[in-house]
Write a protein that binds this ligand. Sequence first.
Ligand code: SAH
Length: 232
Amino acid sequence: MLEEKLRQDKKKLISFYKRSDLLPKRVVKAFRKVKREHFVLEKYKEHTYINSPLPLLEGATISSPTMSLLLCKYAKLKKNDKVLEVGTGSGYQTALIAQIVLGNTKGKKKDKIKKVYSIEISKKLHKYAEERLQETDYYDQIVLAQGDGTKGWPNGETFQKIIVTATGREIPPPLIKQLEKKGTLVMPKKENDDEWLIRGIKKASGLDIEYLDRVRFVSLKGKYGRNNRRAS
Ligand code: SAH
């Protein structure tokens, strides 16, 4: 019963994406492949393919399917990109990223350099995502960490793409530092009373910023998070 409902709801969303031309083909393909129901809390499972955010643990939410997919599009994710996600949450976005940058991994030789990195500040959610991602085909290409992602990846790796999934009041400077030249960073940012999804492309002179969409995400915590006012 439930399985059939999920199949039908997912089919509807896929045909909407195809009709609307909202997303690149490789992003829709990743949506088709990744089982969102695997990352949603048991009690919300029947709503998995309703185009809406759903509550997770500790006040976090898993973004709506369309928002998760738009983040992949706006970050211009492509095969073989090395990506950092800040705010693992359920692990669903992490799985989408892995599906796009790794493609089909079954039976293929594994790359020595890991491609997908994700950091989560909540211990409970870090564990939640880890348990779910462990059951996917690409877990051995994903590196998860628990900690404050606004300080960047713990050992100073650099990335071609960075996706932040919680709203900050500034782009954390350590993330700008860890973004490679010509790399793309996407994050929701508080601007007066609004929240905007912004995209920064790294140039020699700093980040070139574009405003993409008005959005709503949970607040970014941590050193360069939304509520932590540092002395200037
Ligand atoms: N990408 C997630 C969305 C989770 S909501 C998904 O697809 O499910 C945003 C997440 O960011 C929350 O889990 C929250 O705990 C986490 N977060 C907030 N501030 C953070 C920080 N400074 N470092 C790492 N994670 C953070």
